[in-house]
Design a protein around this ligand. Structure first.
Ligand code: ARG
Length: 218
């Protein structure tokens, strides 16, 4: 299968470019998703019914519809309202909007996992709600949130393959190009799968180490 040495030489640049795009999409998706997710989580936990309602509807809707559909919605929807974004920019938006909903739940769960007594103790020491959140709740919640955020990163690396449907030249798209150019149906996809695996496996190993470090600080 790999005897064709020139295959790798010829097509390596496609995979390198694709991997670059895949990493870029995942990083943007998780970063923007985290900002949006934090906001949504705070909205969902707030006492304001309107904020809470908006967050609940958004999170449920995004988690209840396929990413594939959301990508089309963003790509063509923006066009309909007269905003012309490139496929790459639309993909960044769609991945961020999608990830935001999942991150919101991660953050909400992380905050809820901190014992209620912690907030009560902080409040009884005279801290304001905001200070208690900032100095007592958040630092403890981070320990639950960070590992889950790492997993979200792994998920988004894999899920970013879906944006190949609107022609973003990430890894899966490039594998398709190589398939067409080489007339080989299987090998290009197999190589893409190896690259995805290397990315996600390395990342989850690194996360495991980081998690143990955080745990050791307890
Ligand atoms: N594949 C699923 C979907 O299409 C899961 C998406 C998961 N996304 C995430 N950011 N964790 O909806």
């Amino acid at each position: 299968m790999f005897q064709d040495e020139s295959f790798m030489k010829k097509y390596a640049p496609y995979y390198i470019k694709g991997t670059g795009y895949t990493i870029f999409l995942a990083v943007i998706g998780v970063l923007c998703g985290s900002v949006l997710g934090t906001l949504l989580a705070l909205m969902k936990l707030s006492k304001n019914k309107l904020f809470k309602g908006i967050a609940v509807v958004y999170i449920e809707y995004v988690r209840g519809t396929p990413l594939l559909v959301q990508i089309f919605l963003v790509f063509f929807g923006l066009n309909v309202i007269g905003v012309n974004l490139s496929a790459l920019a639309s993909s960044c938006v769609a991945l961020s909007l999608n990830s935001g909903a999942y991150v919101a739940e991660i953050i909400r769960a992380g905050l809820n996992a901190v014992d209620k007594g912690q907030a009560e103790a902080a409040r009884s020491l005279g801290m304001s709600q905001k200070k208690a959140m900032q100095y007592i709740i958040m630092p403890q919640a981070i320990k639950n949130i960070l590992p889950a955020l790492g997993n979200e990163f792994v998920t988004v690396i894999k899920e970013s393959s879906v944006v190949s449907v609107i022609g973003v030249s990430e890894l899966m798209f490039q594998a398709g190009v190589v398939r067409g150019a080489s007339f080989k149906p299987f090998l290009p996809i197999l190589i893409a799968s190896f690259i995805y695996f290397i990315l996600t496996f390395t990342l989850s190993r690194a996360l495991g180490v980081a998690e143990r470090r955080i745990g050791a600080n307890d």
